[in-house]
Design a protein around this ligand. Sequence first.
Ligand SMILES: [Zn+2]
Length: 165
Amino acid sequence: MSRFDDLLAANKKYAEAFHSGGFDGIAHAGVAVLTCMDSRIEPLGMLGLGLGDAKILRTPGGRITTDSMVGLILAVYLLNVDRIMIVPHTRCAMASGDDQAVADAVMARSGVDIHGMVLGSTPDQAAGLRYDVARLRNHPLVKDLDVEIGGFLYDVDTGLLEQHH
Ligand SMILES: [Zn+2]
């Protein structure tokens, strides 16, 4: 018995109906989406996309991190991506306060001190999004390419995306 048993049982059923073997790994819709790890977000479904269409990267708050930046750059150069959506969302814990506040919450809940860890949280979510879009647009490996980069806020209560300019 393990805590993964239910998931592995579900996977067996999934594999029985699986017909996508041998498919390539490029993004057929030319899209990469960087969004939050939040469980209320279905990145493919909310865009009308399915398996094989898009590269999905997820971070706390949907913020650009070192690793997600690497993923986006590889997606552009190797995986057919020419449109990148950065998608934070409403009611995100990472927008409830700054890193200090989130570390305070971890401390209050667990007694563990993560103060000093860079979390990427910001109470000014729009500013964080503007910064991340600009950071990606101006990246030396991206800025001269024909890649459209957009910032969007996803509303977890309506399912709607709104582009931020
Ligand atoms: Zn979130």
